[in-house]
Write a protein that binds this ligand. Structure first.
Ligand code: GLN
Length: 255
């Protein structure tokens, strides 16, 4: 029996902000969501199987990450680092491992490559058999260098492959959701991607909200505070968000 436990994730763009402010101190930030999520839609309740935060150390720099296989609330090293680390873009996640998947640091999001940071919130049904065909279409080297033998790591490999091919990130996420849902019906596929300037995210059978202001963007599994500007993303939709612009919302094409 597969438990559909679901992690939480968030992405931020805007003026330099500490990791603490975003992840640890917000009234309903990832720290609180990790042990008391408000909207799990029938999923698990505690995200104790690891966490990660990715950010950009300077203009034009590639992303760097801090990840752990343990619970976010017990990591004093992260708390100290997060208090003094600021960035104009952050992607962070807390993990509740799907049954049968390893609890290991390399399975914790964000997955990263160059400027890209990626997270998956959900589960691929029938893993691994259901998506073996999709995996088989990837270059062998991509499979040999998977971050971890998990559904989320394979989703990242599929997304990364298309990004490398130069495809538009919105098309990449929509196509990935479409292909995985076709191969593994009933999957929960909230994908979150940033390059440090734009956030792309899908809502597919799990909660997602965004808040866009003149100079900042937050996209998160759950609103991280009670600001009135938070808006829910309808299910089966993709959002593209940048500071100071109306967010672009479209369906993923999957019904
Ligand atoms: N299925 C993924 C994993 O085990 C994501 C977990 C989740 O969203 N709960 O890593």
């Amino acid at each position: 029996m597969w438990r559909s436990r679901v992690c939480r994730h968030l992405a931020y763009l805007g003026p330099p902000t500490t990791l603490s402010a975003l992840v640890l101190d917000a009234p309903h930030g990832l720290l609180r969501q990790s042990y008391a999520p408000a909207d799990m839609r029938g999923g698990g309740t505690v995200n104790a199987d690891g966490f990660g935060a990715g950010w950009y150390p300077g203009p034009g720099a590639d992303a760097v990450r801090y990840r752990s296989a343990g619970p976010i609330w017990s990591d004093v090293s992260f708390a100290a680092l997060a208090a003094v680390t600021s960035s104009t873009a952050v992607l962070a996640a807390v993990r509740s491992a799907t049954t049968g998947m390893p609890v290991t640091v390399t399975a914790a999001a964000p997955f990263a490559e160059g400027r890209w940071l990626f997270s998956h919130n959900g589960v691929v049904r029938g893993w691994p058999g259901s998506v073996a065909g999709l995996a088989a279409a990837l270059p062998v080297v991509d499979l040999l260098t998977l971050d971890a033998p998990t559904d989320s790591a394979l989703l990242w490999a599929l997304v990364r492959h298309r990004l490398w091919a130069g495809d538009d990130p919105a098309d990449v996420l929509a196509a990935t959701v479409t292909a995985v849902e076709a191969a593994a019906p009933g999957s929960r596929l909230n994908l979150l991607l940033t390059d440090g300037a734009t956030v792309w995210a899908t809502a597919h059978d799990h909660a997602l909200s965004y808040r866009v202001d003149a100079d900042s963007v937050l996209v998160a599994s759950e609103p991280t505070d009670d600001h009135p500007r938070w808006t829910g993303v309808p299910d089966r939709h993709l959002v593209v968000a940048r500071p100071g612009r109306p967010p672009f919302l479209t369906t993923t094409g999957v019904r």
